[in-house]
Design a protein around this ligand. Structure first.
Ligand code: NAP
Length: 257
């Protein structure tokens, strides 16, 4: 829906189709992309790590350890991870100046957290506190990204909230069918920004509580739309815009309105 909207708006004759590719057919799928007339692809679970070996990954894909976008440059199949800029550009749009903060708290240490942490460091954030239910995963991520990433116990993140100017939820807590994230946003400073990657539901309990306190928020749908911009640009050569019109279309689809 997102890419068809942009193709229509920009008058480009192209398409975007969905294909289910079993793991044992991934290599064949990737090698035959160009032959079948494709200019690139998005890939999702469970192929995001394996495509790194089947393509030329850029610095972001290598650092995150996963790619979600493939495209051809001078006939060579390249890969990148657009979640990094989706996260950053969405924050820029929702809370300009957010990156002047010193201390950030990231909850979660899964695939999405790797993209978020890499993006925060790329923007020059000095201290990224990282809390995860499974402490070993937060420690492994901190080991990889260096001493600006500070792992802390999941039970201890509440004590940090009064110092945190940007809180990012990258866990699946708050998603439909999952437990809610137990956090007291009343402890955050009044100029804090809250970002939630979860987009089903669109307005998570975390975002609702942050808004009720008057904090700036950046939601998961905004990140999803912003991450799609780069793929479109790489495939079709024009940089599309995330507009209110596009957001309303996708929101209506997600909520069945
Ligand atoms: P993942 O790799 O499976 O990681 C899940 C994370 O959630 C882990 O840190 C896990 O902790 C934590 N978690 C799960 N259940 C928990 C619980 N009951 N209590 C505490 N922590 C719990 O998943 P992911 O790919 O990073 O995705 C995470 C979320 O981000 C999903 O909701 C996904 O839809 C969303 N996402 C959104 C976008 C976007 O564009 N908006 C992009 C990517 C991802 P453990 O390590 O302890 O298991």
């Amino acid at each position: 829906m997102i890419h068809h909207h942009w193709l229509r708006k920009l008058g480009i004759a192209g398409g975007y189709v969905i294909e289910a590719v079993p793991p044992d057919e991934l290599q064949d799928f990737v090698f035959r992309l160009a032959l079948r007339g494709f200019v690139g692809a998005n890939v999702t679970i469970p192929h995001k790590e394996r495509v790194l070996k089947l393509s030329k990954p850029d610095a972001r894909a290598r650092a995150v350890g996963a790619a979600n976008t493939l495209w051809f440059a001078d006939g060579e199949l390249c890969s990148t991870n657009t979640d990094v800029e989706g996260f950053l550009n969405n924050l820029d749009a929702c809370a300009p100046g957010w990156d002047r903060v010193e201390e950030v708290l990231v909850l979660g240490a899964g695939g999405a957290a790797r993209a978020v942490v890499f993006g925060l460091l790329e923007r020059g954030i000095k201290r990224v506190h990282l809390a995860n239910r499974t402490a070993a995963r937060a420690e492994a991520l901190a080991d990889q990204f260096g001493d600006k990433v500070l792992p802390l116990a999941w039970e201890a993140f509440g004590d940090l909230l009064p110092r945190v100017k940007l809180l990012v939820n990258t866990t699946s807590l708050g998603m439909h069918g999952q437990e809610t994230l137990d956090i007291d946003v009343g402890k955050l400073p009044l100029d804090a920004v809250v970002s939630d990657l979860v987009y089903v539901p669109l307005k998570t309990a975390l975002l609702a509580a942050a808004k009720a306190r008057g904090l700036k928020t950046a939601d998961g749908l905004g990140m999803l739309l912003h991450q799609a911009v780069r793929g479109f640009e790489l495939w079709f050569g024009q940089r599309p815009k995330v507009t209110a019109e596009l957001r309303a279309l996708v929101e209506a689809d997600l909520t069945g309105a």
